[in-house]
Ligand binder design. Structure first.
Ligand SMILES: [Zn+2]
Ligand SMILES: [Zn+2]
Length: 309
């Protein structure tokens, strides 16, 4: 496994003391490295089959992103306006998404069909039979966090394609197009909730905590020991599964009764905000039993005990 790139080639290192508010992973490695991580985590795991299939799905995302067609991007004036007003310029609620994401979905379906179980194959065939308008409606529901009456079996594949499209947009524009948003628990690129948070190591980001977007893969700075949902700094506590390294913990807030996982690169430099979240489902079950809601979804494993968006 390669080490995680801390700074992108050509990126100017910020002055000492200046905190980089936004980190956008490299387009050519974000899904590839996630797939490698999923396969590593699958070894000897009780959810081995599931994690290996998620690795195949992530490989399919990597392949679809590599061939994604040119799509319209926000103009310089639009991103400047977004920066000025602290508004995410690629909001999943308002950015007119290009139908290119549906092409990515079709490619992803063909890719994962090769290793799908009979049950998953039936789900994939169901998606293939849906028309363009029905897929757009499905996408809108996922992006709005309306999970209640959703086809949860099919959702990960649709979400995977949407992640490819929004990762294309975020990596095409780069960090300088964006500014910190007014709502700290939503992605400053696409206004989605976080899947988890990561305490990074190395460079100007050393020991800083970043919330990781559940859709576009951007990560934005958020001070530590603060609830990412309600911003309370009181009553924050940490839970982990006994006998683990503590690289993945649940950060729980008494004030709003929610939690989000926090991953520590100093304990395991290869932690991935999506892969390690999926591999620690046991921690979610533990938190769920204690009556706490997740404050952000993992779109590969949508739980109805996630806080509504
Ligand atoms: Zn985002
Ligand atoms: Zn809170």
């Amino acid at each position: 496994m390669s080490t995680t790139a801390i700074l992108q080639p050509g990126e100017i290192e910020p002055p000492v003391g200046e905190i980089p508010f936004l980190y956008i992973p490299a387009r050519d490695s974000v899904f590839r490295e996630r797939a490698v991580r999923l396969r590593a985590l699958a070894q000897g795991h009780v959810m081995q089959e599931f994690l290996l299939f998620m690795a195949d799905l992530t490989d399919a995302q990597h392949a679809a992103l590599a061939v994604l067609a040119q799509v319209p991007l926000p103009s310089a004036a639009q991103t400047a306006l977004g920066r000025e007003h602290g508004m995410p310029p690629l909001s999943v609620q308002s950015w007119p998404r290009d139908a290119a994401w549906q092409k990515a979905l079709a490619q992803i379906i063909v890719h994962v069909m090769k290793t799908a179980t009979p049950t998953a194959t039936r789900i994939l065939q169901r998606l293939q039979a849906m028309d363009s308008a029905a897929l757009e409606t499905f996408a809108t529901e996922i992006l709005a966090g309306n999970f209640d009456d959703m086809d949860l079996g099919a959702a990960p594949f649709v979400a995977a394609a949407l992640q490819v499209y929004w990762t294309h947009l975020s990596t095409a524009l780069g960090t300088r197009a964006f500014a910190a948003g007014d709502i700290v628990n939503l992605c400053p690129v696409c206004a989605s909730p976080p899947v988890s948070s990561v305490v990074r190591i190395g460079g100007a980001e050393n020991a800083l905590r970043y919330l990781c977007c559940s859709v576009c893969n951007a990560q934005w700075h958020m001070v530590r020991v603060k609830c990412s949902n309600c911003e309370s700094t009181a009553g924050i506590s940490y839970f982990m599964i006994a006998g683990t390294s503590g690289a993945v913990k649940a950060e729980a807030c008494e004030a709003c009764g929610t939690y989000l996982k926090i991953m520590h690169m100093d304990k395991d430099q290869y932690v991935d905000p999506v892969a390690d979240d999926l591999a620690t489902l046991a921690l979610d079950l533990m938190m769920d039993e204690s009556g706490q809601l997740r404050s952000g979804p993992n779109l590969f494993l949508i739980s109805t005990s996630t806080l509504a968006a």
